[in-house]
Ligand binder design. Structure first.
Ligand code: ADP
Ligand code: MG
Length: 456
């Protein structure tokens, strides 16, 4: 996995802001999840054209109508941010939220290992951190494992299991395994099983009280989805029926279908309208969180704002925008000069409702070095001889267990930093665009010489 030589510079105050808003984000997501009317209203134009979102919402409709077999909801999320350089002065940086991942929030284990690796690399190449900086501890793996344990405890029955639902060819296997190990280390009495989603239909059934049973008689307390977030994941007969069956069971789902839906990018657009945000949050909570939001525009066909925003987008600078469908996992967004032709092709089509338009975040270029595996073989050349201009994205983990609308336990903290070369638009390590990094917190921007860290 590519890694940066140095931890990525980040103003300490802005990092703290990202940590501080996590409980408000947890609360907001729970409120969305519990508000089926809001989900239906916000996603109605998308459901009309996007089978994937429609299938998710349909499952929510069915389980809500039948009455939930399990009133406890859980979610392990990661909220992603980038620094935004909003003037020509490199000291003028602010935080912008990229997205919230409500399902399969990955990479908590490599983010912890990155810290160790960077300590090693810096010692090997005799690089010292500047005086005005700190390297924060990273407990992301613990937050994820504890989030699962909190959910397990809420199920309240011994000799039950946590089921990790995984993909067929698991790139993320080491991450899953280390979470399993961490759970074991913290709670040796909890047993974990890992199963491929595609193998579950032959292996899973509901007991007389809707218990979720696998391998004949193992009762599942928590279903931890590390898969099931992309239409491709449902490419086998009965896949959607299987997701429905899991939702209908008494097991606690991490995330439950409504929590999964609450991570849709459409909600970022809808809730960028302050009035809508106050449906869920007090005015002061809304203040705290909304100043981190980007500007968004709806492209809904057949609505007056959708029409206006669509026409405005056609005549704006494409470099200032990102076009996003309701997808996860990297590689789906449309950037820069590809936006206008794409929008033109959607002119009279309802299809365009499934996208949101987002303001492009103009991240500062940090001086760092992205090491790929071939670099490790080149002992003769010091990686410090080269500098790359990189752009980084910070993710903050959070977990919630709630009963209906009431939060029973929540956790925040632990971080992931992913860095990519300046100019690369998409992001993500698994998707092949970025490497992993750590955090170098800069104490006081006023006294720091920022040219040490950033290109102007
Ligand atoms: P996904 O759910 O596929 O991860 P994201 O919204 O996280 O979708 O977008 C993927 C990547 O695209 C991000 O990791 C980031 O690098 C880049 N990106 C997304 N939105 C923006 C934006 N508004 N400005 C700049 N870059 C963005
Ligand atoms: Mg992302």
């Amino acid at each position: 996995m590519p890694i940066t030589l140095l931890p990525s510079p980040f103003p300490k105050k802005l990092y703290q802001q990202c940590l501080d808003v996590q409980p408000t984000i947890n609360k907001l997501m729970l409120k969305i999840a519990n508000d089926s009317a809001f989900i239906e209203e916000s996603l109605s134009t998308i459901i009309a054209v996007d089978d994937f979102t429609r299938n998710l919402v349909n499952i929510n409709r069915i389980v809500q109508k039948q009455g939930l077999s399990q009133p406890i909801l859980s979610c392990i999320s990661r909220s992603d941010y980038m620094l935004d350089k909003f003037t020509d002065n490199i000291h003028d940086l602010r935080i912008r939220q990229v997205e919230i991942n409500a399902i399969a929030s990955a990479m908590s284990t490599p983010s912890c290992s990155a810290r160790l690796m960077q300590d090693f690399l810096m010692s090997k190449y005799r690089i010292k951190c500047p005086n005005d900086t700190t390297l924060p501890d990273n407990n992301s793996l613990e937050v994820v494992a504890q989030g699962l344990i909190d959910a397990y405890n809420s199920y309240g029955k011994e000799n039950t299991y946590i089921l990790i639902v995984i993909e067929e060819k698991s790139f993320n296997f080491p991450d899953h395994l280390k979470i399993e190990l961490k759970v074991h280390q913290l709670r040796p009495d909890i047993r974990v099983v890992r199963k491929k989603f595609i193998d579950l239909p032959d292996n899973v059934r509901l007991g007389p009280n809707k218990e979720l049973l696998i391998d004949i008689d193992k009762e599942i307390a928590v279903v931890y989805f590390r898969y099931c977030y992309d239409p491709e994941h449902y490419n086998f007969p009965g896949a959607w029926d299987l997701r429905l069956l899991l939702e209908q069971s008494r097991a606690i789902k991490c995330p439950s279908i409504n929590f999964h839906i609450s991570g849709a990018k459409k909600f970022q657009q809808v809730l960028s309208d302050r009035k809508k945000l106050e449906r869920f949050l007090s005015s002061s909570e809304a203040d705290r969180i909304s100043h981190l939001f980007c500007k968004f525009w709806s492209l809904d066909a057949n609505t007056s704002t959708g029409e206006e925003d669509y026409e405005a987008a056609l005549s704006s600078r494409s470099e200032d925008l990102v076009l996003k469908p309701q997808r996860e996992g990297g590689g789906h967004n449309i950037f820069g000069t590809n936006i206008q032709p794409y929008l033109n092709s959607l002119k009279s089509s309802e299809e365009r409702s499934q996208f949101v338009l987002m303001e492009y975040i103009n991240s500062p270029r940090e001086k760092n070095r992205l090491l790929v595996s071939s670099d490790t073989a080149r002992e003769d050349e010091s990686p410090t001889n080269f500098a790359d201009d990189l752009v980084s994205e910070l993710g903050i983990y959070g977990s919630v267990v709630a009963e209906g609308g009431v939060i029973r336990s929540e956790r925040k903290g632990g971080y992931l930093v992913r860095s990519k070369k300046f100019g690369v638009k998409e992001g993500g390590v698994a998707a092949g665009y970025a490497g992993i990094s750590g955090l170098l917190l800069i104490d006081d921007p006023k006294v720091s010489d920022w040219s040490k860290y950033y290109e102007n």
